[in-house]
Design a protein around this ligand. Structure first.
Ligand code: MF3
Ligand code: CO
Length: 267
């Protein structure tokens, strides 16, 4: 069932989305080689709790951590662990919070130090594709218009692999609401969007094949060819002329520009 939000509810969802952005901004400030993703998990957990919110992912269908930390060939749902991060890693941190009953859910990929130019390009194109999708999230467009825009930019134009098994989604009092928002598809198909539909749009784009597999832990999704994958996610609200982006990358970007351990040379 699709739940359209009232203006007041959109404002509350914006608060939730911004708390995720603020948490990721703190991550952008502290992340460095030698730190573990479990350290980041604990930091995020504490930061969110200090802001009178709870964590959406913890125990969601049995998910055993507070955040997802997906490094290099891990596409999504990576478990935070004790392996120290190292120069050259790319790290997607995906975080969900519940604030005043409403979910915020978004993700950002960080680049630690020097990486191959191809990796920088993949990160750049994946982020661009998210905005190309968001551009289509307007009243009377269809969900397939978002999907097509993301796939066109990443797969058609740049030859990357668009993950099929995992998709974006409606967001509200539940983490996953209708409709699903695939990162591949046909223009003019799917749900016709109405004002104040809130979506989490989240391209997961692989350098090589789109094929993925799930590890024995039942969660960790990896690329089949072992090549890297990038994930960005925004929460947006469908509007007439232009979608309203509820989450905020600009604060994360300002923080990562100030962190000498992070590579921001792609933008
Ligand atoms: N952003 C992801 C999603 O919306 C993260 C979910 S992780 C889970 O599906 F543990 F909550 F499943
Ligand atoms: Co999501």
């Amino acid at each position: 069932m699709v739940h359209l939000k009232s203006e007041e509810e959109v404002q509350l969802m914006r608060e939730a989305a911004l708390l995720v952005s603020k948490t990721l901004t703190q991550v952008a400030t502290i992340i460095k080689p030698g730190m573990t993703t479990l350290d980041i998990d604990q930091f995020c957990m504490q930061f969110v709790k200090d802001h009178q919110a709870t964590l959406s992912f913890y125990n969601y269908h049995g998910y055993p951590h507070h955040i997802c930390a997906s490094v290099n060939d891990v596409v999504v749902h990576g478990f935070p662990n004790k392996t120290p991060l190292k120069e050259g890693d790319i790290v997607s941190i995906d975080l969900g919070v519940i604030l005043n009953k409403w979910h915020g859910d978004h993700a950002y990929t960080f680049i630690l130090g020097e990486v191959a130019p191809e990796v920088l390009q993949l990160v750049k194109v994946t982020k661009e594709s998210l905005y190309k999708g968001i551009e289509k999230a307007t009243v009377n467009n269809r969900v397939g218009d978002i999907s097509y825009a993301i796939q066109e930019h990443t797969e058609k134009i740049h030859g990357y692999g668009v993950v099929r098994e995992l998709v974006g989604h409606g967001l509200g009092k539940s983490l996953h609401e209708d409709p699903q928002v695939p990162n591949y598809g046909k223009r003019g198909t799917g749900l016709k969007m109405k004002e104040n539909l809130v979506l989490a749009i989240e391209p997961m784009i692989n350098m090589g094949t789109h094929k993925v597999f799930t590890e024995e832990d039942g969660w960790t999704v990896k690329t089949q060819d072992g090549k890297v994958s990038v994930h960005f996610e925004h929460d947006i609200c469908v509007k007439n002329k232009e979608a309203l982006i509820l989450s905020d990358f600009s604060m994360i970007e300002s923080a990562e520009k100030l962190n000498p351990n992070l590579n921001t040379s792609y933008y």
